[in-house]
Design a protein around this ligand. Sequence first.
Ligand code: IPM
Ligand code: MG
Length: 359
Amino acid sequence: MTYKIAVLPGDGIGPEVIEQTVDVLKIISNKYDKEFIFKYALMGGCAIDKYGEPLPGETVDICKSCDAVLLGAVGGPKWDSLPGNKRPEAGLLGIRASLGLFANLRPAVIYNALKGASPLREDIVKHGIDIIVVRELTGGIYFGDRGRTVESGVNAAYDTEKYNVNEVERIARVAFDAALKRNRKVTSVDKANVLESSRLWRETVIKVSEEYPQVELNHMYVDNAAMQLIRRPQQFDVILTSNMFGDILSDESSMITGSIGMLPSASLGTGTLGLYEPIHGSAPDIAGQNKANPIATILSAAMLLRYSFGMENAARDIENAVVKVLDKGYRTGDIAADAGSSVGTVEMGSLIKKELKMA
Ligand code: IPM
Ligand code: MG
């Protein structure tokens, strides 16, 4: 069996964390006797430097010809002054849209070994945190009509939030399906007390929920959800929300687990092709210094194996290897209690590879 994986290392710490992750996938390939073919392509700032655009057509073609896409991170100060549609981030939005990846799954799990790294009080985290944010990824204000205008001589700008019923139904189903495999609870987050698009969202989610009588559904306004996440995170199982609210709440959910450097994500469409990337960004301040935590990207590879290749056991191997390394006390700077005793990107990668080989 042969699988093709498009690899987009991107910018900043992207190439460093991707290098470790590709090594991990090579070990899995040997162990499970599957051939992985890696096809590298440029996206983000590195693509702007070479081709003058963040998402070259060739990159889209390579991704479409593969079975999964592994992405590092994009962006950096060098490209911050470019117009919106020429920025590295536009490449990311473009690839999500071109591949039809409407469902973004962002698990936020607290590791036992890292409970002390959570910024929340111990009596709040002692019950554990195990949340998955299911974020709509190809609609809403990210893709709505936007522009600049002049109102009575004053410059103005606008962005539009719009959802149709089909878009809400399909993401709601992803959330309910995920809940069936977990604790059977969906919290749909909206701003239905103000936004018409949220009222349509809520009505639609309620309709879809009738197909899932085993799953408990509740609704929460986004401001309250932001508060409840730090007040009592264990009340959440699956959080279902729009593109923009999901962007914000997934950063919050990941931070309460201790480190954004630990958390992976999967972006899926209707088929098995998916895009897998760490939740964190390109961290230009530590790029090239062997300081980045490669775990979020390595765990993204586990999600890739699980969702795109159906290799559940291989995914668990990787996840177990990560837990073992953490249990042995190894930490990168972002999760270390004292920075002096931390290991670098390469060393963390090697430790995980060593565990994998022993498993
Ligand atoms: C994310 C990021 C992106 C987003 C940016 C880089 C465009 O913050 O994946 O959460 O807002 O979707
Ligand atoms: Mg974000």
